[in-house]
Design a protein around this ligand. Structure first.
Ligand code: SF4
Ligand code: SF4
Length: 190
């Protein structure tokens, strides 16, 4: 290696020294980082429009997970204690974010679309225990017109009407206070 080669090396160092810094500060001082719409972040357990849970405790997500990061225990609903509209619900639901690799196989396996993934990516924490998310941490928030389970089905008189999303017309719509259900129009999405 000649004398000129050594100085060429220093030249690269000097050139890099004056380049704009690429590293981003965290927490972000100015604009928050926005992820792509289909980014795989923290999971969410979704609800039906009356607040009942979509999870039926079938454990398919847990079986599909290659990292063994999900633990589910199912239980039976009763008419007095109803958490989901059908027969079963997920009584225990945990995701271990120390294991999860955010591959999304669990949400593909879910038969009810109970489990989806949000864009939330800030999952760092200080203890191992706090990275095991319980059902309460994963459940979707209650929107307007939703009730905290347990409660009876509020949309339709039976399961068919509930899942079809077509409660009898003229009935009070529990999702929108003061509104009654109108007959569906041709071309309405089911
Ligand atoms: S995203 Fe992948 S690794 Fe994470 S819980 Fe789902 S299946 Fe398991
Ligand atoms: S999230 Fe879906 S796949 Fe997992 S237990 Fe609930 S219903 Fe079954």
């Amino acid at each position: 290696m000649g004398f000129a080669d050594e100085w060429a090396g220093f030249g690269i160092t000097l050139h890099t020294f004056f380049r704009k810094v690429f590293t981003q500060k965290y927490p972000h001082a100015d604009t928050e980082k926005v992820m792509m719409p289909r980014f795989h972040g923290r999971h969410q357990l979704n609800r039906w429009p009356d607040g009942l849970e979509k999870c039926v405790g079938c454990e398919l997500c847990a079986w599909a997970c290659p990292a063994d990061a999900i633990y589910v225990e199912g239980a039976s609903n009763t008419e007095e204690q109803r958490f989901s509209p059908g027969e079963r619900y997920g009584s225990v639901y945990q995701i271990n974010y120390l294991r999860c690799i955010f591959c999304g196989l669990c949400i593909e396996a879910c038969p009810t679309r109970a489990l989806t993934m949000t864009n939330e990516w800030k999952l760092a924490d200080k203890t191992r225990e706090s990275l095991i998310y319980e059902k309460e941490d994963l459940l979707a928030p209650l929107l307007e017109g939703m009730e905290q389970p347990p409660h009876p089905r509020r949309l339709g008189d039976d399961e068919d009407a509930y899942y079809g999303g077509l409660p009898p017309t003229g009935q009070v719509d529990s999702r929108v206070p003061g509104k009654t259900i109108e007959a569906p129009k041709a071309g309405d999405a089911k």
